[in-house]
Design a protein around this ligand. Structure first.
Ligand code: NDP
Ligand code: GDR
Length: 363
């Protein structure tokens, strides 16, 4: 699916020149929602994808248009990696984007304890490589690309809520410490070189496209399968942790808004409501008429060496300066995810019953 096409800025027949965005992490949850959002705004969207032994574009397949149909294809994919500085600079020179959204990351907190060195290389140094590529591209070409950095509420770590832009960081994982480094690299490139660079400090945001090993999706995926009889148990770690969970589709709009302001700045994006994992279990299981206590077992392997107990954002700056507010609340988010995963489980059940799939296997 990735191409090496040259890039044309020509608009369809009528309008002014199309804006061009470059998105790293386009195959992830946020990358897919941001791409839909930008296409709908009339952008041409270029995504950097990394080489994998399996195709990793499932979240984008519904938007993809064959590049041989070039007039219609406004999303294009190219191979690159945040660990390869040369690939980043090359694609900036070819694509000449107006806006760069750096969403790529080894984004799993627990996994970052297992692969800390790799996590730092991609999350921290990867952001630095991209900032440096943008800075040097701007100078060499007399351009002024705007840059968005995907920051995280994990940076606040053990600092108690409510957390805002002025709350001190106290990271509790290699992932969170790496995001802090990326945050400060971004601030430094803004101050040192006058780059239009923004940090979005986003609290947890979920959707039916959430990776299946993050706790919300792990719950709704298992719940769907329990409901249709494909499994009975769900193993979880610390269910007392509390998170400010929003809907990913709402949060990508805030990313875009940050790059449309007169001056670059940093913003917290959150719902300002916090719920424990246990509350997520309560609401989701009750919605399909089940009791979570009949199915959930606590497994020590899912506990982290250091935990982030309580996150709850104060998004008043984003509300006031960007005019942003979330549209989807906690209960609606839970139900949206359960509905989708119940449908997915029903389709799996058909395959299992027909002998095309093992119940233990997931598509
Ligand atoms: P995902 O894990 O769903 O997506 C991560 C993306 O990064 C994928 O496209 C992945 O590619 C890509 N990627 C991973 N490693 C590399 C690499 N070495 N080079 C290039 N690309 C790479 O994350 P989300 O969409 O949920 O999050 C987007 C960003 O926002 C991340 O930076 C995350 O840390 C941050 N964030 C997320 C929050 C959330 O609640 N979702 C909250 C706050 C911050 P592949 O598909 O091949 O794995
Ligand atoms: P988080 O999300 O660490 O907040 O990072 P995750 O869904 O992984 O964990 C949330 C909380 O649930 C607890 N938990 C479990 N978590 C997982 N994954 N699996 C379990 O079985 C389980 N049981 C309990 C965790 O301990 C934690 O307290 C997400 C990622 O998207 C980051 O990239 C992003 O920066 C932050 O959100 C904001």
């Amino acid at each position: 699916m990735a191409s090496q096409d040259n890039v044309s800025r020509s608009p369809p027949a009528n309008a002014h020149p199309m804006k061009i965005a470059l998105v790293t992490g386009i195959t992830g949850q946020d990358g897919s929602y941001l791409t839909e959002f930008l296409l709908q705004k009339g952008y041409q969207v270029h995504g950097l994808i990394r080489r994998s032994s399996n195709f990793n574009t499932q979240r984008l397949n519904h938007i993809y248009v064959d590049p041989h149909n070039a007039n219609k294809a406004r999303m294009k994919l190219h191979y690159a990696d945040l660990s390869d500085a040369s690939s980043l600079r090359r694609w900036l020179d070819v694509i000449k984007p107006d806006e760069v959204y750096n969403l790529a990351a080894q984004s799993h907190v627990a996994v970052s304890f297992e692969i800390p060195d790799y996590t730092a290389d991609v999350v921290a140094t990867g952001a630095l490589r991209l900032l440096e590529a943008v800075r040097s591209h701007n100078i060499d070409n007399g351009r002024s690309i705007k840059y968005y950095q995907a920051g995280s509420s994990e940076m606040f770590g053990s600092t108690p809520p409510p957390q805002s832009e002025t709350t001190p960081f106290h990271p509790r994982s290699p992932y969170a410490a790496s995001k802090c480094a990326a945050h400060w690299y971004t601030v430094n490139y803004r101050e040192a070189y006058g780059l239009y660079a923004c940090n979005g400090i986003l609290f947890n945001h979920e959707s039916p496209r959430r990776g299946e090993n993050f706790v919300t999706r792990k719950i709704t995926r298992a719940l769907g399968r329990i409901k249709v009889g494909l499994q009975t148990k769900l193993f979880l770690g610390n269910i007392q942790a509390s998170r400010d969970w929003g809907f990913a589709g709402d949060y990508v709009e805030a990313m875009w808004l940050m790059l449309q302001q007169e001056k670059p700045d940093d913003y917290v994006v959150a719902t300002e409501e916090s719920h424990t994992v246990e509350e997520f279990l309560e609401v989701s299981f009750k919605y399909v008429g089940l009791n979570w206590k009949d199915h959930v077992e606590i497994d020590k392997r899912y506990f982290r060496p250091t935990e982030v107990d309580n996150l709850k954002g104060d998004a008043s700056k984003a509300k006031e300066m960007l005019g942003w507010k979330p549209k989807v609340g906690f209960e609606k988010l839970v139900k949206m995810m359960v509905d989708e995963d119940l449908e997915l489980a029903k389709r799996e059940k058909v395959l299992v019953d027909a002998g095309y799939m093992d119940a233990k296997q997931q598509p």
